[in-house]
Unconditional design. Structure first.
Length: 258
């Protein structure tokens, strides 16, 4: 091989090595920058937390006029800070000490109140169980904790829906996270979950019923202890009862007023 050809090959090899080294160096730098950017994003990712809407004094309650939601970077966030989705669990609680406007709400700011403990409202032998109620049952907008209801189960019998009684005279302990005597949660629509007090066997029946169909409730008048007759409602029962219902007067409640 002539010296000129040998020199050209060596030069080409050096150039290729240089280009490859530059490419690898660039890749290494990009990886380092990507990792550093990801770390920064993690540190400064913002979380929606609860803060004091204004200067608060001890005894004021957690509510829409006292507490606000703010986005706070994770690197500056206290580990015990209440997130926005924990609002309903502390709504109505008393503030235990002074807070400055914008200060993050922490468990230390909440005064313990045994009246808010669900367990304190159960009698011996009772169990509390939380149930989703069908959104088609608009009476859920009118019920209050400590109301009494009958629970019905709508399930599928083959291809035909069927509704049967499940439990009578069930006491509602809570609606969402709101107990009797506590203010509305705010920050969103009213919960479609209720918590009821039942015996252990009924709790098991309710748990299994949730796997079979939808629960609906019928509100009872205060002091009404009358037991309804057994029933099984399907499409045929509705059609057969249609003629009997013609001309009957129906009392309609709109917005809580007759």
């Amino acid at each position: 091989m002539r010296p000129l050809q040998r020199g050209a090959l060596l030069l080409a090899g050096a150039v290729a090595t240089g280009i490859g080294g530059a490419y690898l160096a660039e890749q290494k730098i990009n990886q380092h920058l990507t990792a550093a950017e990801a770390a920064l994003q993690g540190d400064y990712e913002k979380h929606q937390v609860l803060v004091a809407a204004n200067d608060l004094t001890p005894g004021e309650r957690v509510g829409n006029d006292t507490i606000a939601v703010r986005a706070v970077p994770a690197t500056y966030l206290h580990s015990g800070a209440y997130s926005a989705n924990q609002w309903s669990s502390i709504a109505g609680s008393e503030i235990s000490g002074p807070m400055r406007a914008g200060e993050t709400l922490l468990p230390a700011h909440i005064r313990r109140n045994d009246e808010r403990r669900l367990a304190a409202r159960l009698h011996t032998g009772e169990r509390a169980i939380t149930l989703p109620v069908s959104t088609s049952t608009s009476v859920t907008e009118l019920i209050e904790p400590m109301d009494t209801v009958d629970l019905m189960l709508t399930l599928r019998d083959g291809e035909n829906p069927i509704t049967v009684p499940l439990l009578d005279e069930v006491t509602i302990l809570a609606i969402g996270n709101r107990l009797a005597g506590m203010p509305e949660s705010g920050f969103g629509q009213r919960s479609q979950h209720i918590t009821v007090a039942v015996n252990p066997l009924s709790a098991a029946r309710l748990t299994h019923a949730l796997t079979m169909g939808d629960l609906h409730l019928a509100l009872r008048a205060p002091g009404d202890t009358e037991m309804p007759p057994p029933y099984e409602i399907n499409e045929s029962a509705i059609v057969e009862a249609g003629e009997d219902a013609l001309g009957a007067e129906v009392e309609v409640i709109i917005g809580g007023a007759l």
